[in-house]
Design a protein around this ligand. Structure first.
Ligand code: FES
Length: 269
C-alpha cells in the first residue's frame, strides 16, 4: 500500500486495482446525460471498449460505469452516463473524489469481424462510443452508428460525446422510430457491407439487432445490460437470465448465438 498527498492506493493483484479519481470536470450533456473527467491516482491498465469500472461514492453503493475514454499517460478517465437516480445525480457535479476499481470485463473485440461495422445503441451504450471509435480507427475499420433515445428531449449533439474525427455515419432516432429505421437500414444499398452488427442495450433492442445480423448474414455481437454488484465474478448478481454467463467476467460482449435463450432467438448455438 502506498499513499500520496490526497490519494491512497491499493494493489491487490492483477484485476483488483483500486484508486481514487479526482473530478476535474463534470458536464451535463442535454437533459439526461453527464460527462465526467477524472484524474486517477494510479494507472488502471489497458482498457478496451465496453469494459467498465466500479465507482464508489462516499456513503453510497458502488456503480458500474462503462469507460468512455482513458488516457494512460495523463491518467485521465472519461465516463459518460445517464443521470437516473440520486447517486448518478450526485456523481455529476457535487462530488470531488470517487473511489474506482477495475478495469473489468474481457476484451472480446475479436468477435467484431470485417472492416465495416454497424453499432446500434441506446442510453448506457453511448458511453462506449469514443473508445470504440478510436479502436475502429486503429484497426482501419469503418463504423456507422444508430443512437436510440427514449424520447426527443434526450437527444444531444454528438460532438458533446465524440470530440475526434470520425468518418462513419451517425443516425439519431427515438425508440418508437427504431423499427422504421432498421427497415430502412435493411433496404439500404450499403446494408450488405456490414460484416458485424454490434449492439448495446436492453433485451428488445438486442433481439432486433441479432435478427438484423441474421438477415444480413453478418456477425451479431451484443452488450446486454444487467445489474452488477461485485464486478469480479463473486456474487452471481449479473447472471444473464437463462444462460450460464456472468456479464462481469464472461462479457460484457457476447455473440448473439451465446445469448440466444436469453433473447428468445430461434437461431442460436
Ligand atoms: S457482479 Fe458479481 S458476479 Fe458479476
Amino acid at each position: 500500500m502506498r499513499s500520496s498527498n490526497y490519494i491512497t492506493m491499493y494493489d491487490l493483484g492483477e484485476g483488483f486495482l483500486y484508486t481514487t479519481g479526482r473530478v476535474v470536470d463534470a458536464q451535463r450533456i442535454g437533459q439526461r446525460f453527464c460527462r465526467l473527467k477524472l484524474r486517477l491516482g494510479r494507472d488502471l491498465g489497458e482498457v478496451s471498449p465496453f469494459q467498465f469500472v466500479m465507482a464508489g461514492l462516499p456513503g453510497e453503493f458502488e456503480i458500474p460505469l462503462t469507460v468512455s475514454m482513458y488516457n494512460r499517460e495523463k491518467l485521465i478517465l472519461d465516463l459518460f452516463f445517464k443521470v437516473r437516480e440520486y447517486s448518478t445525480e450526485k456523481l455529476c457535479g457535487s462530488i470531488k473524489y470517487i473511489s474506482l476499481r477495475g478495469f473489468y470485463g474481457k476484451n472480446r473485440l475479436n468477435l467484431v469481424i470485417g472492416d465495416k461495422v454497424l453499432y446500434i445503441t441506446e442510453d448506457l451504450g453511448f458511453s462506449s462510443l469514443p473508445l470504440l471509435i478510436s479502436w475502429i480507427k486503429k484497426n482501419s475499420k469503418v463504423l456507422d452508428v444508430i443512437m436510440v433515445f427514449e424520447n426527443e428531449s434526450e437527444i444531444f449533439e454528438v460532438a458533446k460525446l465524440i470530440d475526434m474525427d470520425f468518418s462513419g455515419r451517425i443516425v439519431q432516432c427515438i425508440r418508437s422510430d427504431l423499427e422504421e429505421r432498421l427497415d430502412l437500414v435493411t433496404k439500404s444499398t450499403t446494408s450488405n457491407t456490414w460484416k458485424t452488427i454490434l449492439a448495446a442495450g436492453g433485451r428488445e433492442l438486442l433481439k432486433k439487432a441479432c435478427e438484423l445480423a441474421y438477415e444480413l448474414g453478418a456477425e451479431g455481437v451484443i452488450a446486454p445490460y444487467t445489474r452488477i454488484k461485485c464486478g469480479i465474478g463473486a456474487c452471481g448478481y449479473c447472471i444473464i437470465p437463462r444462460t450460464k454467463y456472468l456479464l462481469c467476467v464472461d462479457g460484457p460482449i457476447f455473440k448473439c448465438s451465446e445469448l440466444a435463450s436469453y433473447l428468445g432467438l430461434e437461431h442460436g448455438d
